[in-house]
Design a binder for this molecule. Sequence first.
Ligand SMILES: NC(=O)c1ccc[n+]([C@@H]2O[C@H](COP(=O)([O-])OP(=O)(O)OC[C@H]3O[C@@H](n4cnc5c(N)ncnc54)[C@H](O)[C@@H]3O)[C@@H](O)[C@H]2O)c1
Ligand SMILES: O=P([O-])([O-])O[C@@H]1[C@@H](O)[C@H](O)[C@@H](O)[C@H](O)[C@@H]1O
Length: 505
Amino acid sequence: QSINHCCRPGSPDVKYTEEHIEARYSYHTATVSRCRGTYTVTPRTTRFTFRTQRSVPKLGVMLVGWGGNNGTTVTAAVLANKLGLSWRTRTGVKTANYFGSLLQASTVCLGMGPDGEVNVPFRDLLPMVHPNDIVFDGWDISSLDLGRAMERAQVLDWALQEQLRPHMEQLKPRPSIYIPEFIAANQEQRADNVLMGSKAEQVEQIRKDIRDFKKKSGVDKVIVLWTANTERMCDIVPGVNDTAATLLATIQLAMQQGAFIGGDDFKSGQTKVKSVLVDFLVSAGLKPTSIVSYNHLGNNDGRNLSAPQQFRSKEISKSNVVDDMVRSNNVLYAPGEKPDHCVVIKYVPNVGDSKRAMDEYTSEIMMGGTNTIVMHNTCEDSLLASPIILDLVILTELCQRITFCTEEDPHFQTFHSVLSVLSYLCKAPLVPEGAPVINSFFRQRTCIENLMRACLGLPPQNHMQLEHEMQRSFLLPDCAPVPMATHKSITARCNGGHFALTNGV
Ligand SMILES: NC(=O)c1ccc[n+]([C@@H]2O[C@H](COP(=O)([O-])OP(=O)(O)OC[C@H]3O[C@@H](n4cnc5c(N)ncnc54)[C@H](O)[C@@H]3O)[C@@H](O)[C@H]2O)c1
Ligand SMILES: O=P([O-])([O-])O[C@@H]1[C@@H](O)[C@H](O)[C@@H](O)[C@H](O)[C@@H]1O
Protein backbone atom coordinates (compact mmCIF):
# COMPACT_ATOMS: atom_id res chain seq x y z
CA GLN A 1 0.00 0.00 0.00
CA SER A 2 1.59 3.29 -1.01
CA ILE A 3 1.02 6.13 1.43
CA ASN A 4 2.46 9.65 1.19
CA HIS A 5 4.54 8.44 -1.76
CA CYS A 6 6.31 6.05 0.56
CA CYS A 7 6.05 2.32 0.20
CA ARG A 8 4.33 0.87 3.25
CA PRO A 9 5.46 -2.77 3.39
CA GLY A 10 3.24 -5.38 4.94
CA SER A 11 6.13 -6.73 6.99
CA PRO A 12 5.56 -7.29 10.74
CA ASP A 13 9.15 -6.06 11.11
CA VAL A 14 8.20 -2.47 10.30
CA LYS A 15 6.08 0.00 12.21
CA TYR A 16 5.17 3.56 11.37
CA THR A 17 4.86 5.97 14.27
CA GLU A 18 4.17 9.69 13.98
CA GLU A 19 7.91 10.30 14.36
CA HIS A 20 9.63 7.37 12.71
CA ILE A 21 9.66 4.41 10.41
CA GLU A 22 11.11 1.73 12.63
CA ALA A 23 12.32 -1.52 11.08
CA ARG A 24 13.89 -4.66 12.47
CA TYR A 25 16.49 -6.06 10.07
CA SER A 26 18.71 -9.14 9.97
CA TYR A 27 22.09 -8.19 8.55
CA HIS A 28 23.82 -11.24 7.08
CA THR A 29 27.59 -11.22 6.62
CA ALA A 30 30.38 -13.78 6.77
CA THR A 31 33.80 -13.97 8.32
CA VAL A 32 36.52 -15.92 6.52
CA SER A 33 39.55 -17.66 7.94
CA ARG A 34 42.24 -19.51 5.98
CA CYS A 35 44.36 -22.42 7.07
CA ARG A 36 46.79 -24.19 4.75
CA GLY A 37 44.90 -23.16 1.66
CA THR A 38 41.50 -24.01 3.08
CA TYR A 39 38.99 -21.19 3.60
CA THR A 40 36.46 -21.47 6.40
CA VAL A 41 33.49 -19.17 5.89
CA THR A 42 31.31 -18.50 8.92
CA PRO A 43 27.95 -16.79 8.27
CA ARG A 44 27.00 -14.14 10.81
CA THR A 45 23.66 -12.49 11.47
CA THR A 46 23.37 -9.20 13.33
CA ARG A 47 19.92 -8.01 14.37
CA PHE A 48 19.54 -4.31 13.61
CA THR A 49 16.79 -1.84 14.32
CA PHE A 50 16.69 1.08 11.89
CA ARG A 51 14.85 4.28 12.70
CA THR A 52 14.13 6.91 10.03
CA GLN A 53 12.70 10.26 11.06
CA ARG A 54 9.66 10.89 8.87
CA SER A 55 9.69 14.68 9.00
CA VAL A 56 11.50 16.07 5.95
CA PRO A 57 13.25 19.39 6.66
CA LYS A 58 13.45 22.51 4.50
CA LEU A 59 16.93 22.10 3.03
CA GLY A 60 19.34 24.87 2.11
CA VAL A 61 22.34 24.12 -0.10
CA MET A 62 25.30 26.48 -0.24
CA LEU A 63 27.56 25.84 -3.23
CA VAL A 64 31.22 26.83 -3.27
CA GLY A 65 31.66 27.86 -6.90
CA TRP A 66 27.96 28.76 -7.31
CA GLY A 67 28.66 30.87 -10.39
CA GLY A 68 30.29 28.00 -12.30
CA ASN A 69 28.86 25.70 -14.94
CA ASN A 70 27.68 23.14 -12.39
CA GLY A 71 26.45 25.70 -9.86
CA THR A 72 24.40 27.69 -12.36
CA THR A 73 23.12 24.58 -14.14
CA VAL A 74 21.87 22.77 -11.04
CA THR A 75 20.23 25.95 -9.73
CA ALA A 76 18.59 26.58 -13.10
CA ALA A 77 17.45 22.97 -13.39
CA VAL A 78 15.72 23.07 -9.99
CA LEU A 79 14.05 26.38 -10.86
CA ALA A 80 12.92 25.03 -14.25
CA ASN A 81 11.42 21.92 -12.62
CA LYS A 82 9.82 23.94 -9.84
CA LEU A 83 8.23 26.30 -12.39
CA GLY A 84 7.30 23.40 -14.68
CA LEU A 85 9.02 25.02 -17.64
CA SER A 86 9.07 23.78 -21.22
CA TRP A 87 10.96 25.35 -24.10
CA ARG A 88 11.24 25.01 -27.85
CA THR A 89 14.38 23.67 -29.50
CA ARG A 90 15.16 22.79 -33.10
CA THR A 91 14.27 19.14 -32.32
CA GLY A 92 10.96 19.93 -30.58
CA VAL A 93 9.64 20.97 -27.16
CA LYS A 94 11.74 20.00 -24.13
CA THR A 95 10.40 19.82 -20.57
CA ALA A 96 12.33 20.15 -17.31
CA ASN A 97 13.25 16.82 -15.68
CA TYR A 98 15.79 15.23 -13.35
CA PHE A 99 17.24 12.60 -15.66
CA GLY A 100 20.61 11.35 -14.39
CA SER A 101 19.54 11.49 -10.76
CA LEU A 102 19.66 8.09 -9.03
CA LEU A 103 16.98 9.15 -6.56
CA GLN A 104 14.64 11.00 -8.94
CA ALA A 105 15.00 9.06 -12.19
CA SER A 106 15.96 5.46 -11.38
CA THR A 107 13.86 2.71 -9.82
CA VAL A 108 14.15 -0.24 -7.49
CA CYS A 109 12.27 -3.53 -7.64
CA LEU A 110 10.07 -4.08 -4.58
CA GLY A 111 9.12 -7.63 -5.53
CA MET A 112 6.56 -9.58 -7.51
CA GLY A 113 3.05 -8.23 -7.87
CA PRO A 114 -0.01 -9.72 -9.57
CA ASP A 115 1.19 -8.44 -12.93
CA GLY A 116 4.90 -9.11 -12.49
CA GLU A 117 7.75 -7.14 -10.94
CA VAL A 118 6.85 -3.88 -9.19
CA ASN A 119 9.44 -1.12 -9.64
CA VAL A 120 9.23 2.23 -7.90
CA PRO A 121 11.45 5.35 -8.00
CA PHE A 122 14.13 5.48 -5.30
CA ARG A 123 12.60 8.70 -4.03
CA ASP A 124 9.41 6.85 -3.05
CA LEU A 125 11.12 4.37 -0.72
CA LEU A 126 11.70 6.76 2.18
CA PRO A 127 10.58 10.31 3.00
CA MET A 128 13.20 12.60 1.49
CA VAL A 129 13.74 16.16 0.30
CA HIS A 130 12.31 16.91 -3.13
CA PRO A 131 14.84 18.83 -5.26
CA ASN A 132 12.16 21.40 -6.16
CA ASP A 133 12.12 22.48 -2.50
CA ILE A 134 15.85 23.08 -2.12
CA VAL A 135 16.91 26.69 -1.46
CA PHE A 136 20.28 27.56 -3.03
CA ASP A 137 22.91 30.07 -2.00
CA GLY A 138 26.69 30.08 -2.13
CA TRP A 139 29.96 31.71 -2.91
CA ASP A 140 32.03 32.45 -5.97
CA ILE A 141 35.22 34.41 -6.60
CA SER A 142 33.42 35.71 -9.69
CA SER A 143 30.85 38.40 -8.99
CA LEU A 144 28.52 37.64 -11.91
CA ASP A 145 24.89 37.17 -10.89
CA LEU A 146 23.54 33.73 -11.76
CA GLY A 147 21.66 34.98 -14.82
CA ARG A 148 24.83 36.21 -16.46
CA ALA A 149 26.84 33.27 -15.10
CA MET A 150 24.31 30.85 -16.66
CA GLU A 151 24.80 32.65 -19.98
CA ARG A 152 28.60 32.44 -19.54
CA ALA A 153 28.33 28.69 -18.89
CA GLN A 154 26.67 28.07 -22.29
CA VAL A 155 25.04 24.86 -21.03
CA LEU A 156 21.29 25.44 -21.24
CA ASP A 157 19.19 26.22 -24.32
CA TRP A 158 18.69 29.93 -24.92
CA ALA A 159 14.87 29.62 -24.91
CA LEU A 160 15.11 28.17 -21.40
CA GLN A 161 17.64 30.72 -20.22
CA GLU A 162 15.31 33.55 -21.31
CA GLN A 163 12.53 32.16 -19.11
CA LEU A 164 14.87 31.66 -16.17
CA ARG A 165 16.85 34.89 -16.29
CA PRO A 166 14.43 37.07 -14.25
CA HIS A 167 14.78 34.53 -11.42
CA MET A 168 18.48 33.72 -11.82
CA GLU A 169 19.67 37.32 -11.98
CA GLN A 170 18.30 37.87 -8.47
CA LEU A 171 20.81 35.33 -7.16
CA LYS A 172 24.26 36.74 -6.39
CA PRO A 173 27.23 34.67 -5.15
CA ARG A 174 28.78 35.78 -1.87
CA PRO A 175 32.48 36.81 -1.93
CA SER A 176 34.73 33.85 -1.26
CA ILE A 177 38.16 32.89 0.01
CA TYR A 178 40.61 32.99 -2.88
CA ILE A 179 44.11 31.48 -2.62
CA PRO A 180 45.57 31.87 -6.12
CA GLU A 181 48.14 29.08 -5.70
CA PHE A 182 45.38 26.51 -5.27
CA ILE A 183 43.86 26.88 -8.74
CA ALA A 184 45.20 27.67 -12.19
CA ALA A 185 46.68 31.14 -12.73
CA ASN A 186 44.26 31.53 -15.65
CA GLN A 187 41.41 31.81 -13.11
CA GLU A 188 42.70 35.12 -11.75
CA GLN A 189 40.73 37.23 -14.22
CA ARG A 190 37.49 35.87 -12.72
CA ALA A 191 38.50 36.70 -9.17
CA ASP A 192 36.70 40.01 -8.59
CA ASN A 193 34.58 38.82 -5.65
CA VAL A 194 37.07 37.81 -2.95
CA LEU A 195 37.22 38.24 0.83
CA MET A 196 40.01 40.31 2.37
CA GLY A 197 41.67 40.12 5.79
CA SER A 198 43.44 37.28 7.57
CA LYS A 199 42.55 33.66 6.84
CA ALA A 200 40.87 33.50 10.28
CA GLU A 201 38.79 36.58 9.48
CA GLN A 202 37.84 35.12 6.11
CA VAL A 203 36.80 31.80 7.67
CA GLU A 204 34.74 33.70 10.23
CA GLN A 205 32.99 35.53 7.40
CA ILE A 206 32.13 32.23 5.72
CA ARG A 207 30.63 31.01 8.98
CA LYS A 208 28.65 34.24 9.28
CA ASP A 209 27.40 33.73 5.70
CA ILE A 210 26.05 30.30 6.62
CA ARG A 211 24.28 31.67 9.70
CA ASP A 212 22.96 34.60 7.66
CA PHE A 213 21.61 32.31 4.92
CA LYS A 214 19.98 29.97 7.44
CA LYS A 215 18.32 32.87 9.24
CA LYS A 216 17.09 34.75 6.15
CA SER A 217 15.96 31.69 4.18
CA GLY A 218 14.29 29.95 7.11
CA VAL A 219 15.77 26.59 6.12
CA ASP A 220 16.06 23.93 8.81
CA LYS A 221 19.38 22.50 7.59
CA VAL A 222 22.27 23.73 5.45
CA ILE A 223 24.56 21.48 3.40
CA VAL A 224 27.72 23.02 1.94
CA LEU A 225 28.99 21.40 -1.25
CA TRP A 226 32.18 22.12 -3.19
CA THR A 227 31.68 22.64 -6.91
CA ALA A 228 34.48 25.15 -7.33
CA ASN A 229 37.56 24.52 -9.41
CA THR A 230 39.70 21.43 -9.02
CA GLU A 231 42.48 22.46 -6.70
CA ARG A 232 46.07 21.27 -6.60
CA MET A 233 46.75 18.18 -4.50
CA CYS A 234 46.84 19.14 -0.83
CA ASP A 235 50.23 19.77 0.70
CA ILE A 236 50.85 17.83 3.84
CA VAL A 237 50.49 20.31 6.69
CA PRO A 238 51.94 19.25 10.07
CA GLY A 239 49.22 19.08 12.69
CA VAL A 240 46.42 19.25 10.14
CA ASN A 241 46.74 16.33 7.76
CA ASP A 242 50.31 15.09 8.11
CA THR A 243 49.37 11.91 9.94
CA ALA A 244 46.31 9.71 10.19
CA ALA A 245 46.02 10.95 13.76
CA THR A 246 45.89 14.64 12.86
CA LEU A 247 43.56 14.03 9.92
CA LEU A 248 41.34 11.88 12.10
CA ALA A 249 41.41 14.59 14.76
CA THR A 250 40.09 16.97 12.11
CA ILE A 251 37.46 14.42 11.14
CA GLN A 252 36.76 13.79 14.83
CA LEU A 253 35.87 17.46 15.08
CA ALA A 254 33.41 16.80 12.29
CA MET A 255 32.08 13.77 14.21
CA GLN A 256 31.60 15.79 17.39
CA GLN A 257 29.48 18.26 15.44
CA GLY A 258 27.58 15.40 13.86
CA ALA A 259 28.56 16.75 10.43
CA PHE A 260 28.98 14.36 7.52
CA ILE A 261 31.78 14.60 4.97
CA GLY A 262 31.84 12.88 1.59
CA GLY A 263 34.29 12.05 -1.17
CA ASP A 264 35.82 14.10 -3.95
CA ASP A 265 34.92 14.87 -7.53
CA PHE A 266 31.51 14.08 -9.05
CA LYS A 267 31.57 10.71 -10.86
CA SER A 268 29.65 11.99 -13.83
CA GLY A 269 30.44 10.48 -17.22
CA GLN A 270 33.70 9.01 -18.49
CA THR A 271 34.73 7.80 -15.03
CA LYS A 272 31.27 6.40 -14.26
CA VAL A 273 31.42 4.41 -17.51
CA LYS A 274 34.90 3.20 -16.47
CA SER A 275 33.60 1.95 -13.11
CA VAL A 276 30.88 0.03 -15.02
CA LEU A 277 32.99 -1.37 -17.85
CA VAL A 278 35.89 -2.56 -15.71
CA ASP A 279 33.37 -4.07 -13.28
CA PHE A 280 31.80 -5.96 -16.21
CA LEU A 281 35.13 -7.11 -17.68
CA VAL A 282 36.73 -8.30 -14.44
CA SER A 283 33.47 -9.85 -13.17
CA ALA A 284 33.19 -11.73 -16.48
CA GLY A 285 36.72 -13.09 -16.04
CA LEU A 286 38.21 -10.92 -18.80
CA LYS A 287 41.49 -9.16 -17.97
CA PRO A 288 41.76 -5.45 -18.78
CA THR A 289 45.44 -4.87 -19.54
CA SER A 290 45.21 -1.30 -20.82
CA ILE A 291 42.79 1.59 -20.18
CA VAL A 292 43.29 4.85 -22.09
CA SER A 293 40.91 7.69 -21.17
CA TYR A 294 41.19 10.80 -23.29
CA ASN A 295 38.86 13.75 -23.28
CA HIS A 296 38.80 17.36 -24.32
CA LEU A 297 36.43 20.04 -23.18
CA GLY A 298 36.21 23.78 -23.58
CA ASN A 299 34.52 25.00 -20.39
CA ASN A 300 36.19 26.87 -17.56
CA ASP A 301 36.78 23.57 -15.77
CA GLY A 302 38.82 22.44 -18.76
CA ARG A 303 40.67 25.77 -18.69
CA ASN A 304 41.54 25.29 -15.02
CA LEU A 305 42.63 21.70 -15.71
CA SER A 306 45.00 22.88 -18.44
CA ALA A 307 47.37 23.78 -15.60
CA PRO A 308 49.63 20.86 -14.56
CA GLN A 309 48.97 20.90 -10.81
CA GLN A 310 45.18 20.96 -11.27
CA PHE A 311 45.36 18.28 -13.97
CA ARG A 312 47.39 16.09 -11.58
CA SER A 313 44.57 16.24 -9.02
CA LYS A 314 42.05 15.18 -11.62
CA GLU A 315 44.34 12.50 -13.06
CA ILE A 316 44.59 10.90 -9.61
CA SER A 317 40.85 10.96 -8.98
CA LYS A 318 40.17 9.52 -12.46
CA SER A 319 42.80 6.80 -12.19
CA ASN A 320 42.08 5.12 -8.85
CA VAL A 321 38.53 4.01 -9.69
CA VAL A 322 39.61 0.57 -10.96
CA ASP A 323 41.85 -0.47 -8.06
CA ASP A 324 39.21 -2.32 -6.00
CA MET A 325 37.91 -4.30 -8.99
CA VAL A 326 41.41 -5.31 -10.11
CA ARG A 327 42.42 -6.29 -6.56
CA SER A 328 39.28 -8.44 -6.19
CA ASN A 329 40.37 -10.95 -8.84
CA ASN A 330 43.56 -12.88 -8.10
CA VAL A 331 42.83 -15.29 -10.94
CA LEU A 332 43.45 -12.53 -13.47
CA TYR A 333 45.99 -10.37 -11.63
CA ALA A 334 49.07 -11.25 -9.62
CA PRO A 335 49.49 -9.27 -6.38
CA GLY A 336 50.22 -5.64 -7.27
CA GLU A 337 49.58 -6.20 -10.99
CA LYS A 338 47.44 -3.51 -12.63
CA PRO A 339 46.33 -2.59 -16.15
CA ASP A 340 48.20 0.23 -17.90
CA HIS A 341 46.07 3.29 -17.21
CA CYS A 342 46.49 6.59 -19.02
CA VAL A 343 44.37 9.74 -18.47
CA VAL A 344 44.55 12.66 -20.88
CA ILE A 345 42.53 15.90 -20.65
CA LYS A 346 42.92 18.69 -23.20
CA TYR A 347 41.39 22.16 -23.21
CA VAL A 348 39.70 23.01 -26.52
CA PRO A 349 37.61 26.18 -26.07
CA ASN A 350 35.52 25.55 -29.18
CA VAL A 351 33.61 22.59 -27.70
CA GLY A 352 32.57 24.46 -24.54
CA ASP A 353 30.75 22.29 -21.98
CA SER A 354 30.18 19.54 -24.58
CA LYS A 355 32.93 17.20 -23.43
CA ARG A 356 34.30 14.75 -25.98
CA ALA A 357 35.54 11.55 -24.31
CA MET A 358 37.33 8.78 -26.16
CA ASP A 359 38.23 5.56 -24.34
CA GLU A 360 40.03 2.40 -25.33
CA TYR A 361 39.83 -0.74 -23.15
CA THR A 362 42.11 -3.62 -24.13
CA SER A 363 41.62 -6.97 -22.39
CA GLU A 364 43.30 -10.34 -22.50
CA ILE A 365 40.75 -13.05 -23.26
CA MET A 366 40.94 -16.84 -23.51
CA MET A 367 43.96 -18.59 -25.03
CA GLY A 368 45.99 -15.44 -25.65
CA GLY A 369 43.22 -13.61 -27.45
CA THR A 370 42.72 -9.83 -27.22
CA ASN A 371 39.52 -7.79 -26.98
CA THR A 372 39.60 -4.02 -27.58
CA ILE A 373 36.55 -1.83 -26.82
CA VAL A 374 36.65 1.73 -28.15
CA MET A 375 34.07 4.33 -27.06
CA HIS A 376 33.25 7.88 -28.03
CA ASN A 377 31.09 9.79 -25.54
CA THR A 378 29.88 13.35 -26.08
CA CYS A 379 27.85 15.11 -23.43
CA GLU A 380 27.19 18.42 -21.71
CA ASP A 381 29.39 17.62 -18.71
CA SER A 382 27.43 19.89 -16.38
CA LEU A 383 24.13 18.18 -17.23
CA LEU A 384 25.66 14.94 -15.94
CA ALA A 385 27.14 16.55 -12.83
CA SER A 386 24.06 18.55 -11.79
CA PRO A 387 21.81 15.57 -10.91
CA ILE A 388 24.75 14.13 -8.96
CA ILE A 389 24.92 17.31 -6.90
CA LEU A 390 21.22 16.86 -6.06
CA ASP A 391 21.67 13.20 -5.13
CA LEU A 392 24.66 14.08 -2.93
CA VAL A 393 22.78 16.64 -0.86
CA ILE A 394 19.46 14.74 -0.69
CA LEU A 395 21.11 11.44 0.26
CA THR A 396 23.26 13.21 2.85
CA GLU A 397 20.19 14.86 4.36
CA LEU A 398 18.33 11.51 4.45
CA CYS A 399 21.27 9.83 6.20
CA GLN A 400 21.14 12.54 8.87
CA ARG A 401 17.62 11.26 9.75
CA ILE A 402 18.57 7.59 9.98
CA THR A 403 19.79 6.02 13.22
CA PHE A 404 20.27 2.38 14.11
CA CYS A 405 21.19 0.03 16.93
CA THR A 406 21.87 -3.67 17.32
CA GLU A 407 20.89 -6.26 19.92
CA GLU A 408 24.45 -6.14 21.23
CA ASP A 409 24.61 -2.33 21.26
CA PRO A 410 21.06 -1.05 21.89
CA HIS A 411 21.97 2.65 21.96
CA PHE A 412 20.90 4.29 18.69
CA GLN A 413 23.75 5.79 16.66
CA THR A 414 24.11 7.77 13.44
CA PHE A 415 26.26 6.90 10.45
CA HIS A 416 29.98 7.54 10.74
CA SER A 417 30.86 11.16 9.91
CA VAL A 418 32.70 9.95 6.82
CA LEU A 419 29.62 9.05 4.81
CA SER A 420 30.91 6.25 2.58
CA VAL A 421 27.44 5.58 1.17
CA LEU A 422 28.11 8.65 -1.04
CA SER A 423 30.84 6.68 -2.86
CA TYR A 424 28.46 5.96 -5.77
CA LEU A 425 28.51 9.69 -6.58
CA CYS A 426 32.25 10.37 -6.26
CA LYS A 427 35.30 9.51 -8.32
CA ALA A 428 37.41 9.52 -5.16
CA PRO A 429 35.25 8.13 -2.33
CA LEU A 430 36.11 8.91 1.28
CA VAL A 431 35.62 6.03 3.73
CA PRO A 432 36.16 5.59 7.49
CA GLU A 433 39.62 4.41 8.50
CA GLY A 434 40.00 0.68 7.83
CA ALA A 435 36.97 0.47 5.54
CA PRO A 436 37.54 -0.75 1.95
CA VAL A 437 37.22 1.79 -0.88
CA ILE A 438 34.61 0.44 -3.28
CA ASN A 439 34.41 2.02 -6.75
CA SER A 440 32.49 -0.74 -8.53
CA PHE A 441 29.36 0.97 -9.84
CA PHE A 442 26.92 -1.88 -9.19
CA ARG A 443 28.24 -2.58 -5.67
CA GLN A 444 27.92 1.09 -4.82
CA ARG A 445 24.39 1.34 -6.20
CA THR A 446 23.30 -1.89 -4.49
CA CYS A 447 24.66 -0.55 -1.20
CA ILE A 448 22.32 2.45 -1.37
CA GLU A 449 19.36 0.33 -2.48
CA ASN A 450 19.83 -2.29 0.23
CA LEU A 451 20.36 0.36 2.90
CA MET A 452 17.05 1.97 2.00
CA ARG A 453 15.35 -1.44 1.86
CA ALA A 454 16.75 -2.18 5.34
CA CYS A 455 15.07 0.99 6.63
CA LEU A 456 11.81 -0.58 5.45
CA GLY A 457 12.63 -4.00 6.89
CA LEU A 458 12.93 -5.40 3.37
CA PRO A 459 15.62 -8.01 2.61
CA PRO A 460 18.53 -7.07 0.35
CA GLN A 461 18.03 -7.45 -3.36
CA ASN A 462 19.42 -10.89 -4.26
CA HIS A 463 18.36 -11.33 -7.92
CA MET A 464 18.10 -15.09 -7.33
CA GLN A 465 14.72 -15.50 -9.02
CA LEU A 466 14.35 -18.90 -7.33
CA GLU A 467 10.59 -18.78 -7.89
CA HIS A 468 11.31 -18.99 -11.60
CA GLU A 469 14.03 -21.60 -11.45
CA MET A 470 12.29 -24.52 -9.74
CA GLN A 471 10.57 -27.39 -11.49
CA ARG A 472 7.76 -27.38 -8.93
CA SER A 473 7.63 -23.70 -8.45
CA PHE A 474 5.95 -22.19 -5.39
CA LEU A 475 3.22 -19.72 -6.12
CA LEU A 476 3.83 -16.37 -4.45
CA PRO A 477 0.67 -15.23 -2.68
CA ASP A 478 -1.47 -12.87 -4.77
CA CYS A 479 0.87 -13.20 -7.70
CA ALA A 480 0.54 -14.32 -11.24
CA PRO A 481 1.37 -18.01 -11.59
CA VAL A 482 5.02 -18.36 -12.48
CA PRO A 483 5.02 -18.72 -16.27
CA MET A 484 7.06 -21.42 -17.97
CA ALA A 485 9.44 -20.31 -20.71
CA THR A 486 7.11 -18.46 -23.02
CA HIS A 487 9.53 -17.13 -25.58
CA LYS A 488 8.64 -18.51 -29.01
CA SER A 489 12.29 -18.94 -29.85
CA ILE A 490 13.07 -21.02 -26.79
CA THR A 491 11.40 -24.38 -26.19
CA ALA A 492 12.22 -26.28 -23.04
CA ARG A 493 12.39 -30.03 -23.65
CA CYS A 494 12.82 -32.64 -20.94
CA ASN A 495 14.31 -35.84 -22.34
CA GLY A 496 14.61 -38.59 -19.74
CA GLY A 497 15.64 -36.07 -17.07
CA HIS A 498 18.14 -34.36 -19.40
CA PHE A 499 17.05 -30.78 -19.82
CA ALA A 500 17.90 -29.08 -23.09
CA LEU A 501 17.09 -25.66 -24.41
CA THR A 502 16.81 -25.53 -28.16
CA ASN A 503 15.84 -22.74 -30.46
CA GLY A 504 12.29 -23.90 -31.26
CA VAL A 505 10.19 -22.27 -33.94
N1 LIG B 1 31.13 19.88 -15.01
C1 LIG B 1 31.16 18.61 -14.82
O1 LIG B 1 30.48 17.85 -15.45
C2 LIG B 1 32.02 18.02 -13.78
C3 LIG B 1 32.04 16.63 -13.63
C4 LIG B 1 32.81 16.11 -12.60
C5 LIG B 1 33.55 16.96 -11.78
N2 LIG B 1 33.53 18.31 -12.01
C6 LIG B 1 34.29 19.17 -11.12
O2 LIG B 1 33.35 20.06 -10.51
C7 LIG B 1 33.96 21.34 -10.32
C8 LIG B 1 33.11 22.42 -10.97
O3 LIG B 1 32.99 22.13 -12.34
P1 LIG B 1 32.39 23.31 -13.28
O4 LIG B 1 32.27 22.72 -14.64
O5 LIG B 1 31.21 23.91 -12.64
O6 LIG B 1 33.61 24.35 -13.26
P2 LIG B 1 33.56 25.95 -13.42
O7 LIG B 1 34.95 26.37 -13.61
O8 LIG B 1 32.54 26.33 -14.42
O9 LIG B 1 33.01 26.45 -12.00
C9 LIG B 1 33.85 26.54 -10.88
C10 LIG B 1 33.52 27.86 -10.20
O10 LIG B 1 34.25 27.93 -8.99
C11 LIG B 1 34.64 29.28 -8.80
N3 LIG B 1 35.70 29.27 -7.80
C12 LIG B 1 36.99 28.92 -7.96
N4 LIG B 1 37.62 29.00 -6.77
C13 LIG B 1 36.70 29.38 -5.84
C14 LIG B 1 36.70 29.61 -4.44
N5 LIG B 1 37.83 29.49 -3.73
N6 LIG B 1 35.54 29.95 -3.83
C15 LIG B 1 34.39 30.06 -4.54
N7 LIG B 1 34.32 29.87 -5.87
C16 LIG B 1 35.45 29.53 -6.50
C17 LIG B 1 35.00 29.76 -10.18
O11 LIG B 1 34.94 31.18 -10.27
C18 LIG B 1 33.90 29.09 -11.02
O12 LIG B 1 32.80 29.94 -11.18
C19 LIG B 1 35.36 21.23 -10.89
O13 LIG B 1 36.27 20.89 -9.87
C20 LIG B 1 35.26 20.04 -11.86
O14 LIG B 1 36.50 19.40 -12.06
C21 LIG B 1 32.79 18.86 -12.98
O1 LIG C 1 33.11 12.33 -16.69
P1 LIG C 1 34.06 12.15 -15.52
O2 LIG C 1 35.31 11.43 -15.90
O3 LIG C 1 33.38 11.55 -14.30
O4 LIG C 1 34.51 13.60 -15.07
C1 LIG C 1 34.88 14.60 -15.95
C2 LIG C 1 36.21 14.34 -16.58
O5 LIG C 1 36.08 13.35 -17.56
C3 LIG C 1 36.74 15.59 -17.26
O6 LIG C 1 38.01 15.31 -17.76
C4 LIG C 1 36.84 16.71 -16.27
O7 LIG C 1 37.23 17.83 -16.90
C5 LIG C 1 35.50 16.99 -15.65
O8 LIG C 1 35.69 17.91 -14.61
C6 LIG C 1 34.94 15.78 -15.04
O9 LIG C 1 35.74 15.45 -13.91
